[in-house]
Design a protein around this ligand. Structure first.
Ligand code: BGC
Length: 758
């Protein structure tokens, strides 16, 4: 396999500047600090193909979707993340010629993403006539001061002649989204201020007819350099620039530093407040050197790695894969802001609109439970509680009671425009309910479920109770016209997963209602009739099964399809979503991602090994894994079934999905929400981690290719290290009170500072 980046444990490095792979390189060298993030596009203008992108958490635009086929209930707009103003722009001219790597011949190229310290470096040598200059760009988005972006350029003259250097640094609001209709621009400039060595710009998102808030963004840049400041004219009226020039003496080097403070109306309500906040933050950081800023940033990253690093010995590609995933997850979200969530592409691309999907509850929350403090996962639960009003609105628009959480959203209102997803992929309501249970089971903290959580559960249950219908013929409750997790089937009846999740939610809500305080019960106001109906649905929900095959049936009619394994699809027709018509995909029995198996994963302890095996053996061969969310679930189930080869195959697919561009779709951004998959595959899969009755259990195996793996887990105030190598399993309690855990079905006592080997 041809790899785009070199395989190294802590770095993503390339020495090959391949213009045809520019977008891929940009995706894979994205940086983020939870508050903002950017693709690895260049600081300087690049006249070739590129997808520049800087995104600010929670800043979005409702793009009109009302078209001819609009019907009652359709969402009115498509919420999209918008490309923020470009504040990292730095153009460099050597002897009057601006650098443009689309045209210039360069040598010594290196692109290096340092994952340990969250910094991106790029260097190359420009050789033109007598000029020979090494150019090195560095940048990081501070996690110590979230509004701060720091860049440094170092120019080193290797030639024998002096070189005239000119640098133009800018903040540019004339940016567009690649997915904008007709190239529309989303930013209007409100004010600019251009001084000799600094400048600022404040812009606001365009007005929209839907009444969603407009966002104001301010960026203020400051520079440090030995070059002389020189007045420069902006290229257009949506830009502020600062110019610098000087002589780069033969054999010498010059540094140029750019710091930008970025603030938004999400935190500062008036334009004046915004401007004073920029001034205050830049004053605060002004006294600090580049090294001091960088040290504060990397110290926080060191703490994150300390709690969560996964070490793999004997397979550097796997080691790089898991670190890349952890790095990109933490760059996207570390739970500091309960108003934010995790978009499927994080800060690495426009696709999926940067919005919140069911991915968060189903794939991301189980990860944060293990690697970060519980408040971080709790913030994800609160996010949905805060959006209940939007969920009522969504249900009402469909003529239904209760709350329908959105498939795609920024503020609780459904903001995706495909009806087969928004109307029909209602299983997400079950996933959001399940996340409350998952959090409570893992942390033992009932404070959420007995308060805000019980409200969310009640309103979701009200929705399910209204959305089901009773089939007189079968004397069963059913859910028709849905899309399950497998999006290669739309508008199906009785998707086993959806029906199962609906039934489970109702049962769980009834159980929680028994435990809530009287005050909370009064707030929830669930009537006896409602409870009886919910119980009746629990007792009589239709769950399609096939006794002969011994499987749960994905949905009515699934078994009448032309069922042939994926291995029969010609290799040049894969992935099918890039070769087949949508019609052909829908008619086929090929499954995009875990569907029945997703349900089996959720309730893995509730099915017998035979049930799990029969379903796995039936569905996996039909699955094309064309959603990045698929492979990890299969890795865990294969591990559970002791099919180690399959588990490792699926792990490899999830771990290096983006690094190796498995699905041939990484150029427009990384698959952030599926990045938890490799961690889940190791922890829940290879190490067999489960929580049963408040206790952690493990049943690890070591993949044949590996010499060792080791991970850390936060669990109820403890930090535990689990190591698995050819000698066996070691468990160590690094922090917290003694703890009993299950290992291969036997109790093991963990006490501080001592290890247990089995
Ligand atoms: C998957 C969905 C997922 C979405 C965003 C789609 O390809 O089928 O399950 O929510 O991507 O990650």
């Amino acid at each position: 396999m041809k790899r785009i980046f070199e395989v190294q444990p802590w770095n993503v490095v390339s020495h090959d500047f391949n213009r045809a792979e520019k977008r891929l390189q940009e995706s894979m060298t994205s940086l983020g600090n939870g508050y903002m993030g950017m693709r690895g596009f260049f600081e300087e203008n690049y006249s070739g193909d590129t997808l520049p992108g800087i995104y600010l958490g929670g800043v979005w635009f409702p793009d009109r979707t009302r078209v001819g086929w609009w019907k009652i209930g359709y969402p009115e707009y498509f919420g999209k993340v918008i490309n923020a103003i470009n504040f990292i722009k730095i153009n460099i001219a050597l002897n009057g010629e601006f650098i443009d790597l689309a045209k210039d011949e360069i040598t010594g190229f290196e692109l290096n993403l340092d994952m340990k310290n969250a910094r991106l470096t790029r260097s190359f040598t420009v050789e033109k006539g007598t000029v020979k200059v090494v150019v090195t760009f560095e940048r990081f988005l501070s996690v110590a001061q979230k509004e701060l972006s720091v860049q440094r350029v170092r120019l080193k003259n290797l030639g024998s002649d002096d070189v005239d250097v000119k640098i133009i640094s800018a903040i540019d609001a004339d940016v567009k989204n690649e997915d904008a209709n007709y190239g529309e621009r989303f930013w209007e400039v409100l004010q600019t201020d251009q001084k000799e060595q600094s400048g600022s710009l404040v812009a606001i998102t365009k007005a929209n007819p839907f009444g969603t808030p407009r966002f104001t963004v301010g960026a203020e840049m400051h520079h440090r350099t030995a070059l002389q400041a020189k007045v420069a004219a902006p290229a257009h009226d949506k830009e502020v620039v600062n110019g610098f020039s000087g002589k780069l003496v033969a054999g010498s080097e010059i540094d140029f530093e750019k710091r930008v403070i970025v603030v938004t109306s999400r935190d500062y309500h008036t334009q004046n407040n915004l401007v004073s906040a920029m001034n205050a933050i830049s004053e605060k950081t002004d006294n600090l050197s580049y090294d001091e800023l960088f040290d504060a940033h990397r110290a926080i990253w060191a703490e994150r790695w300390e709690k969560s690093d996964v070490k793999i010995e004997g397979d550097v590609a796997a080691q790089q894969g898991i670190r890349f995933n952890l790095f990109q997850m933490f760059s996207t979200y570390y739970g500091e802001d309960a108003r934010l969530n995790i978009g499927p592409k994080g800060f690495t691309g426009e696709k999926y609109g940067g919005a919140t999907y069911w991915d968060t509850e189903a794939f991301v929350l189980p990860f944060y439970l293990g690697v970060a403090e519980p408040k971080i996962s709790k913030n994800l639960l609160k996010y949905r509680y805060q959006q209940l009003d939007g969920a009522y609105h969504n249900a009402k628009k469909q003529g239904l009671k209760g709350a329908l959480f959105p498939m795609v959203t920024f503020d609780g209102i459904e903001s995706h425009n495909e009806w087969e997803i928004t109307f029909e992929e209602i299983h997400r309501n079950g996933d959001i309910a399940f996340a409350i249970y998952n959090y409570t089971r893992y942390t033992g903290d009932k404070s959420y479920v007995l308060n805000e959580g019980s409200k969310v559960l009640t309103e979701i249950s009200r929705f399910w109770a209204d959305r089901v219908h009773f089939s007189k013929r079968k004397q069963k409750y059913m859910l028709h016209g849905v899309t399950g997790p497998d999006e290669y089937e739309n508008n199906v009846d009785n998707n086993w997963y959806t029906n199962y999740m609906a039934r489970w939610t109702l049962a769980y809500t009834l159980q929680v209602l028994e435990e809530v305080s009287q005050e909370q019960a009064a707030v929830l106001n669930v009537t006896e009739e409602e409870k009886q109906l919910w119980q009746d649905i629990v007792d009589r929900m239709y769950l399609p099964e096939d006794e002969e095959l011994g499987i749960f049936v994905q949905h009515d009619g699934f078994l009448d399809k032309d069922i042939k394994p994926v291995s029969e699809i010609p290799a040049d027709e894969l992935p099918i979503n890039q070769h087949w018509s949508w019609d052909k995909i829908l008619r086929s029995a090929y499954i995009k991602q875990a569907d029945v198996l997703q349900g089996i994963w959720n309730f893995i302890d509730e099915f017998t090994p035979e049930q799990k095996k029969r379903n796995f053996d039936f569905y996996e061969p039909l699955t094309v894994h064309e959603s990045s969310l698929s492979a990890s679930i299969h890795a865990i189930l294969a591990s559970d079934l002791h099919d180690e080869n399959k588990a490792v195959e699926m792990y490899e697919r999830t771990s290096r999905l983006d690094l190796d561009n498995y699905n041939n779709d990484t150029e427009d951004g990384l698959h952030i929400t599926s990045m938890t998959g490799s961690w889940l595959a190791i922890v829940q899969g290879f190490a067999g981690m489960r929580v049963r009755d408040g206790k952690l259990h493990f049943a690890p195996f070591l993949p044949k290719k590996w010499d060792k793996y080791q991970f850390r887990l936060l669990f109820r105030g403890r930090l535990i290290e689990v190591g698995v190598d050819t000698n066996g399993v070691s468990l160590e309690l690094l922090e917290g009170e003694p703890l009993t855990v299950g290992l291969y079905g036997k109790d093991v006592e963990l006490v501080a500072q001592s290890s247990v080997f089995v």
